[in-house]
Design a protein. Structure first.
Length: 197
């Protein structure tokens, strides 16, 4: 299914949560945030900086705060989707319309806006660099274009390629994998891009 082109189109696709998502949208629209679609999700920005997003899943819907870890949450309403991995983002989840309390929602939304205006962001440690396996390093030494294209890839894509080669047990397999990925690197694509929608 194609990504929605508008927030209204996104909401229309989620019949189960349509009333609730429209309600959240209306609450947020009373703020100074700008509404857009990013990554197929309704996203709200301030001066082109992501502040929050709304979304729906099978069992819940909610609001995602991009720098939610900075929000004052004495009652622990906010969830970390992946403890130990997710540093900044926090979710305010609901499983029914009646769980939405305007004051509580708007308190978090207004805190997020205030933090964005103040330039507050969760500081994330720089992404670790890929450990380049010898077979790939050797290919770089023979092909300057390959090395240049690899350096332009995101750190995550670089790590995917490095791990793909490193996890092969036989040298022959490592070489076959290097031969396979060279055209992909030169195209500027990631190893697993074809699986992403």
């Amino acid at each position: 299914m194609a990504k929605p082109k508008s927030v209204d189109e996104y909401i229309a696709r989620h019949k189960k949560w349509q009333k609730s998502l429209n309600y959240l949208k209306d609450l947020i629209s009373d703020t100074e945030l700008s509404e857009t679609i990013k990554w197929g999700q309704p996203t709200y920005t301030l001066n082109d900086k992501n502040v929050l997003a709304i979304g729906a899943f099978k069992e819940h819907f909610g609001i995602w705060f991009f720098n939610g870890a900075l929000l004052n949450d004495p009652h622990n309403y906010l969830h970390n989707a992946q403890e130990g991995k997710t540093k900044a983002m926090r979710q305010l989840r609901f499983s029914s319309f009646k769980e939405i309390h305007d004051d509580m929602v708007m308190d978090f939304v207004n805190q997020a806006i205030k933090n964005q205006k103040a330039g507050k962001e969760v500081k994330i440690n720089p992404t670790r660099e890929a450990d380049i396996p010898p077979f790939l390093e050797e290919s770089f030494s023979k092909d300057n274009e390959l090395k240049s294209k690899f350096d332009k890839l995101t750190p995550g894509r670089q790590r995917e390629y490095a791990e793909y080669i490193s996890t092969a047990k036989q040298n022959a397999t490592k070489q076959r994998r290097v031969d396979k990925i060279i055209p992909m690197i030169k195209k500027g694509v990631g190893l697993n891009d074809k699986y992403q929608k």
